[in-house]
Structures are given as structure tokens and as C-alpha cells.
Design a protein around this ligand. Structure first.
Ligand SMILES: *[C@@H]1O[C@H](CO)[C@@H](O)[C@H](O)[C@H]1NC(C)=O
Length: 823
């Protein structure tokens, strides 16, 4: 479950993308003919022909221009620096792999781990682990410590063994220096001592690697001593393999040509054979494997150690340009020392930033919080490629320009790629940990803006990423928005700059400014509603007959109930609030860098004006803010009746498949009275003044167990709402219709803290709800981590159990900030 969240949008319906409001070109008619004699007829014909040619030509040019806009980059200086070979050059930038390192370069070779235990092999397919797959059923896995720059420590618990993967980097030379990775395999129980384990470590060239990139093996028999290579990204290098003595049984290797980075596992599987010795059988790699007549230079080399656990494999990567400065190999005790030093430093920095020990959290809770942060930091990826995009001017999807993206990911197993709306939440935490990393990430995202000011909301870049997404969800449409949550991160950054921004701060904001303005204008032009100050998410499909309530994927809240019959009269209160936040932030940034910002301030004042907000969105009946639109609550999914036969006596055709929606009442223009996250937005984004009379009702609803309150956090939709916990189609389980989501709960806690700190009639109450909610969230997420080994995508509102996908150390990791009370 949980796939729906990031699915591609349905094709824009007729009433959705203000489809007819744009300057859509119609073929112009030739000017009406004047009356005239025969000479006039000739000239009339000439005129006609010329007119037709001109207008056809003009139309084609215009059409071509419009077709190209969707994948034309914004003409503005890039906000992100090109990656330098610094301490962030190498990293675990392949979040979808259990363990893999590569460099921040569009064509970096990739390295990574695979493993299996023959004990798990029960015929059928070899259980070779590689990608983070939920189906592998690992008890748990994730980074326990990772600082995003120097080192990382990860634990993975499989059926029979426990793996610890660590790496340490050492600067030097011109290509990011050396690193060593260590993989320690330990039996899970004493009885399993000596269990045979195969650890495989590989290096593979990028799909787009140029002719200068090459790998060569230094092998004797089955033993691969080292891989020597050279590449545009890394210069010359050597990778060598060392297994702790005494435990090694056999080693093998593979040198092959893989058809692409998404086919590494398949290629390795093809490279295995059975090796029978006097007393043992091994599943081992064959050595060289090249098709007849194929090129005999490998782009994929794998080392395999077969050993009795416990044992360790050490992989050393040595950069050729660092060899002059290398005091000693980074291995053995030197490695132990450096790793210990980084771990201590990490723990110190963590405490300095979040003060959890000082706040009285237990050692166990501290380890949990470090792991939650580390898995977000260790889940940062570096992707390169182009999205597939489409505007209404394109008959077919077209490729976006190739671009790199440095970004965190929501989930290493299920969503190992960039998502616009998640990323703003990620950076609330990342910016507390390492401001430079966070700034770089935000800049990368803004650099994905096209000339219209649009940013595709899901980034599927490169063959590794593409292979994880069903094709029908790949294409991104430029009519569709996604909440501009990056502004939340920027807002937090700007607040921390305070009244004394440094010159570096200002430079950064100046670089972002043209992009922010364009982005804002895109929202303010394309997502507006019919009334002044109203906004409407595009991309809802009024013809979605199988959906109980047509989804609003663009809002990020997918199946949260909106108006039952999407049309242009709709107004969405969450989008209005995002626009208010955007307006105030652009005004603030404009002030910091001395750019004219009055128009943003004025728009903010207009959008946040309590009376105007009330007029468009306050539902007295609900006691909360609400969407408005063509709506009825009386909808249900029914099996469609069998169509009547064409002729009497004939057998009727079969009914259409699936349930379809039936409205038992005519929809009317009204508020959508469904109490839930959407109705809290003016509070969540802190737009209400502290003395707003609306706060009291909203707090009531937050504290009411029949409303949003649960002892595990705020549920997304109240029990009293008509669609509470209802499926959206025959097969789509409820998603934002009850479960507890941590990103919105984070906003709630943060806002309660704000109202608790601000003098006003509701201050005391806000303080109380703040404490209650904060403790409920922390208690449950930590408890579930202990019980299941994972941080989850959502939490069940009745049991508190983690559900959806896992590990989900995207925005659910914001629990670290809730523990630290750093907002
Ligand atoms: C946003 O759009 C509204 C009209 O739809 C306009 O009045 C307002 O000035 C715009 N704001 C900015 C900052 O451009």
C-alpha cells in the first residue's frame, strides 16, 4: 500500500487545467474578402493564400515555441555550484541500494554490496540482496550514524545474519580522495556460528561512461586481487579486497558487461555456477563472462568472498591522484581509529545540535534519534538524467534537459528518488544538521525550474531510478503543482539568519531570488481560483468514475476528501495558505537582499486577512476552515448494472469492470465539511493572529477524540467525516483518510509551540495541547521503532502501529526535531 501518494497524475480533465483560459491558438481565418472586379478576384486569392500561409506559419511557429517551453530551462544563473571534489564528493548517494558508494558526478562509476546465505536458498531464485526491497523481509536496516561528509555506520538484520556496513573517507588528491568500506557479517544467534555467507562487492561504470572510462582486473585463478580503473570522474584508481584471515573459504569474481546500471543484480545472477569440491559445494562467480564476439573489456567487476561468519570484508578504494600524500593504507587499526574518532565527533555534534541527553532522553531514545537523522542523511542521493514531461502542447512526452539532483528521499525502499513536496520537510531537519548540505539541496531543486517557473514534482532520473517506477507514472505534467514546501525550509533558514544575515547568506538568497520569483509567479498565475484570493489545485479529474472522491495528487494529500465534483468553482484552503506563506517569505527575503518586495507583502496581507479568509473558507458548521466547491456527501461505489441487451432476447454485454461512483444527491456549491488536516492549515502555517477567535474551535477539534485526537498523534481525517477510513476505489485503501502523518503533525506541534509562546487568549491552552501532542507522537514513533525495527510512512489511528512503507525516514524523521523542540 502507499503507492498512491506519489503516483503520476491522471490526464488533466476538461474542467481541470483551466484548460481553456490560456491563449490557445486557433487557426486564424483569412480576412474577409472585399468586393471587387475580376482583378479583385486575383488579388483576393493572392491575399487569401498569403493570409493562410502567414497564419499557418505563425501558428506552427507558435505551436513549436509552446511545445519547447516545457523543457526549456529558466534563463537565470544556476543556484547550485557544480559539485567539487571536496568532502561531499564521495558518499552513499545510491539510497535505493542497501549499501553503495558513488561520487557526485553525472557519470561516476558506482560501487555496491550484494550478499546471500546459501541457507536461505530453497531452490528457485538465488536470494541475492542488492536493492532495498520490502519483500526481502529484513528485520531492520538503516544508518545508525552518518554525517553526510566523512563516514557512516549502518546495520542490516537479515534472516540468519547481521551485517554492519561502515565507511570512512580520507581526503587527498584531486578526485575526492580515498575511502574504505568494511562489511562485517555476524551470525544472528550462537547456533548459527560458522554459517556460510557470500559477500559481494562490485564496481560498475556508468551507462553514459565515455571511452576513457575503463576497468581492468588483476586476478589469478579465482582470486581477484584488485580492480584498476580510470574514469572521467575519478581519474586513475585501484580498488582492493581484504577478508579477515582464518574465516575465508573461497573467493570468486566476475568480470562482465552489464547492459545497464539497473541490470547489475541480473548480470551477477547469470554469472554464478555451482562449484563442487571434495567436501563442499559453493555458489561462485565464473570469472570472465563475455558473450561470444562481444567486447572483452568489463564495465562490471564483482569480488565474492565466501566465508564462515563472523568475518569482515574490507574494500579499499585508493585514488591515483592522492597516492603521493598517502601515509599508509586506510585499513586495519588505522581504520578503527578514524572510525571511532568520527563516531565520537558525530555524537558530540548531535548533542550540541539537539540536546536530547540534556533533555533527559534515555540512551535508547538517543540511539533512535541518531538513527532517524542518520538514515535521512545517509539516504541523500545524487541522481543524473532527465524526467519525461508533457504539456498540453506536446502530443507525446518529451525529455527534460539532463540535470543532476542532490536530494534526500522519502523511503530508501519504496520511494528512492526525489519528491518536491517531501523535500521541503526533509530540509527542516537537514538544515539543522548541516546548513551547507541543505542549501545545496534546495539550490539543486530550484535549478530544475523550466522557463515557465514549473518544477516537476517527482524526479525519476537515470536508469536505476527509472527501473523502480511503473511507466505510466513516469510522465510529469506542467499544469500540475505540488506544495511549495521548499519555502518552509527557506523560511527556517531565514529565521535563523535573524537580523544579521552574513554576506554568504545574502549571496545565497540573491542566487535563489530570480528562481523564487518565477516559481511564485507560476503558482500565482496558474493555480488561481475564480474569486480574488482563491486558489485551486489543478489536476483533479472530474471523469474519474471509479473514485469515490477524485484524488488531488498535486496537493500532496492525495485522497483527502475535496469537492465531490471537481470544477472551476473550487477553492482549496491549503493552497491559499501555501500562497500566503510564499508571499510572506518572498517579502522577507526581498527585504534581506534589498529587492523590491512590497507586492509580496501586500499579497500576504490580503491572503492572511482574517475577515477575507473567513469569507472564503470558514465553515461554522465544521468549526474549521474548509474547501469550497460543487459537492455532495451522498456518494458511494456501486457495481454498475448490466447494460440492456441490444435486441430483446439477446444476451446483454458484460457490465464494465470495477465499482463506479454513484451520487445519490445532486451536488451543490457549498463547503466541503470534512474535518481533517486541510481545515487546520491557517493554524498549521501560523497565519492566524494569536487572538483569533478561530483558534478556540480548532483546538477543540484537535483535542476531540471523535475529531482529530488520538493518543498517537493527530489523525488525517476525523471519525465524524463522511469518508473517514473509506477506500477511494474498489482497491485503493484509505491513505489520507484517517492514518497519522508525521509531516502534518510536525507542523501542528510547531504551530502550537508558536501560539503557546505568543501572548493571547489561547496561549495556555495551546501550551497544554502542545505538550500532549508532542509526547504522544514521540512515545508512539519510538515505541514502534522498538517493536518493528523501522520508522514508518504513517501510523494507524486506532492502534498506533506503523503502516505503509518502511523504512520511511523522510518526513517521519522530523520526530527528531519534535524531541529536540527545535522548530
Ligand atoms: C498574485 O495574484 C494576484 C491576482 O491574482 C495579484 O493581485 C497579486 O498582486 C499577485 N501577487 C504577486 C506578488 O505577484
Amino acid at each position: 500500500m502507499g503507492k498512491a501518494r506519489h503516483r503520476g497524475p491522471p490526464a488533466a480533465g476538461p474542467a481541470s487545467g483551466a484548460a481553456n483560459s490560456g491563449p490557445y491558438p486557433r487557426q486564424k481565418r483569412a480576412p474577409p474578402a472585399g468586393d471587387g472586379g475580376s482583378g479583385g478576384v486575383v488579388s483576393l486569392l493572392v491575399w487569401l493564400a498569403a493570409g493562410v500561409l502567414l497564419s499557418v506559419g505563425g501558428y506552427l511557429a507558435y505551436q513549436g515555441y509552446m511545445e519547447r517551453r516545457v523543457n526549456t530551462p529558466l534563463a537565470a544563473p544556476k543556484a547550485a555550484d557544480p559539485p567539487a571534489a571536496d568532502d561531499r564528493y564521495w558518499g552513499s548517494y545510491r539510497p535505493g541500494a542497501y549499501f553503495g558508494l558513488k561520487a557526485r558526478h553525472p557519470r561516476s562509476p558506482v560501487t555496491g554490496l550484494m550478499w546471500f546465505t546459501p541457507a536461505m536458498f530453497q531452490g528457485g531464485e538465488l536470494p541475492l540482496r542488492h536493492w532495498c526491497e520490502q519483500g526481502d523481509g529484513l528485520d531492520r536496516y538503516g544508518w545508525l550514524q552518518h554525517d553526510g561528509r566523512h563516514f557512516g555506520v549502518q546495520e542490516l538484520v537479515d534472516k540468519h545474519i547481521r551485517l554492519e556496513t561502515t565507511f570512512v573517507k580520507r581526503p587527498g588528491g584531486e578526485h575526492g580522495g580515498d575511502w574504505t568500506a568494511r562489511i562485517k557479517a555476524t551470525p544472528k544467534t550462537d547456533e548459527l556460528n560458522g554459517i556460510q555467507v557470500s559477500l559481494l562487492y562490485y564496481i560498475a561504470l556508468d551507462d553514459e561512461a565515455g571511452p576513457e572510462d575503463a576497468l581492468a582486473t588483476d586476478a589469478a585463478g579465482d582470486t581477484l586481487r584488485a580492480v584498476h580503473g580510470t574514469s572521467e570522474a575519478l581519474g586513475p584508481f585501484t580498488m582492493s579486497f581484504h577478508v579477515s584471515s582464518g574465516r575465508l573459504q573461497r573467493q570468486f569474481y566476475l568480470a562482465a558487461r552489464a547492459p545497464g546500471l539497473h541490470q547489475l543484480r541480473e548480470t551477477a545472477v547469470r554469472g554464478f555456477r555451482l562449484v563442487q569440491t571434495a567436501d563442499q559445494r559453493y555458489i561462485g562467480l565464473v570469472g570472465e563472462m563475455f558473450g561470444a564476439g562481444a567486447e572483452r573489456t568489463p564495465n562490471f567487476v564483482v569480488f565474492q568472498a565466501v566465508a564462515a561468519a563472523p568475518f569482515e570484508l574490507e574494500v579499499r578504494f585508493e585514488s591515483g591522484s592522492a597516492s603521493a600524500e598517502r601515509p599508509a593504507p586506510l585499513g586495519g587499526q588505522l581504520y578503527d581509529l578514524l572510525l571511532a574518532k568520527h563516531r565520537e565527533e558525530f555524537a558530540r555534534t548531535f548533542e550540541r545540535k539537539f540536546s536530547l541527553a540534556q533533555k533527559g532522553y534515555s540512551a535508547e531514545e538517543l540511539r533512535f534519534a541518531q538513527a532517524a537523522l542518520s538514515n535521512m542523511v545517509g539516504g541523500i542521493g545524487y541522481f543524473y538524467g532527465s524526467s519525461l514531461v508533457q504539456s498540453r502542447y506536446n502530443a507525446e512526452p518529451v525529455p527534460y534537459w539532463p540535470a543532476s539532483l542532490y536530494t534526500a528521499v522519502p523511503s530508501r525502499s519504496f520511494f528512492p528518488r526525489g519528491f518536491l513536496w517531501d523535500e521541503g520537510f526533509h530540509n527542516l531537519l537537514l538544515s539543522q544538521w548541516d546548513m551547507d548540505i541543505s542549501r545545496d539541496i534546495v539550490a539543486h531543486w530550484l535549478d530544475l525550474m523550466n522557463t515557465e517557473g514549473w518544477i516537476p514534482r517527482e524526479q525519476i532520473l537515470g536508469s536505476e531510478a527509472r527501473s523502480k517506477v511503473p511507466t505510466e507514472f513516469v510522465v510529469q505534467r506542467n499544469s500540475n503543482a505540488n506544495p511549495p514546501t521548499l519555502l518552509l525550509s527557506l523560511n527556517a533558514m531565514v529565521r535563523r539568519m535573524g537580523s544579521h544575515p552574513t554576506e554568504t547568506d545574502r549571496d545565497y538568497l540573491r542566487r535563489l531570488w530570480p528562481r523564487l520569483r518565477t516559481w511564485y509567479a507560476w503558482f500565482n498565475d496558474t493555480q488561481t481560483g475564480e474569486l480574488a484570493g482563491s486558489y485551486r489545485w489543478r489536476g483533479r479529474d472530474p471523469r474519474a468514475v471509479n473514485e469515490l472522491n477524485p484524488k488531488t495528487l498535486t496537493s500532496g494529500l492525495d485522497d483527502f476528501p475535496r469537492a465531490s465534483h471537481p470544477n472551476a468553482d473550487e477553492r482549496h484552503v491549503d493552497l491559499r495558505c501555501w500562497m500566503a506563506l510564499a508571499s510572506s517569505l518572498l517579502a522577507d527575503i526581498g527585504d534581506v537582499i534589498d529587492e523590491p518586495a512590497q507586492q509580496y507583502r501586500r499579497t500576504f496581507d490580503f491572503l492572511a486577512d482574517p475577515a477575507r479568509l473567513d469569507a472564503l473558507h470558514w465553515s461554522e458548521q465544521l468549526g474549521a476552515f474548509a474547501d469550497f466547491g460543487l459537492h455532495t456527501d451522498s456518494v458511494r461505489l456501486v457495481r454498475p448494472p448490466a447494460p440492456a441487451p441490444d435486441r430483446p432476447g439477446q444476451r446483454p454485454p458484460p457490465p464494465p469492470p470495477g465499482l463506479v461512483r454513484r451520487a445519490d444527491q445532486q451536488p451543490e456549491l457549498r463547503f466541503v465539511n470534512a474535518l481533517g488536516y486541510v481545515g487546520l492549515f491557517p493554524l498549521l502555517l501560523q497565519l492566524l493572529p494569536a487572538d483569533s477567535p478561530r483558534l478556540a474551535r480548532l483546538l477543540d477539534n484537535m483535542e476531540d477524540p471523535r475529531g482529530l485526537w488520538t493518543e498517537f498523534g493527530l489523525r488525517s481525517l476525523a471519525k465524524t467525516a463522511p469518508l473517514y477510513n473509506r477506500k477511494n476505489t474498489e482497491h485503493d485503501p484509505p491513505y489520507w483518510r484517517g492514518p497519522i502523518w508525521i509531516n502534518i503533525n510536525f507542523l501542528a506541534v510547531r504551530a502550537l509551540r508558536f501560539y503557546g509562546d505568543t501572548p493571547g487568549p489561547h496561549q495556555e491552552r495551546a501550551k497544554q495541547v502542545y505538550d500532549k501532542l508532542r509526547h504522544a507522537l514521540v512515545r508512539n514513533i519510538v515505541k514502534e521503532y522498538k517493536r518493528t525495527g523501522y520508522v514508518w510512512e504513517q501510523y494507524n489511528d486506532k492502534t498506533g502501529w506503523g503502516q505503509g512503507c518502511r523504512p520511511f525516514t523522510g518526513w517521519s524523521a522530523l520526530v527528531v526535531l519534535i524531541m529536540a523542540e527545535t522548530y
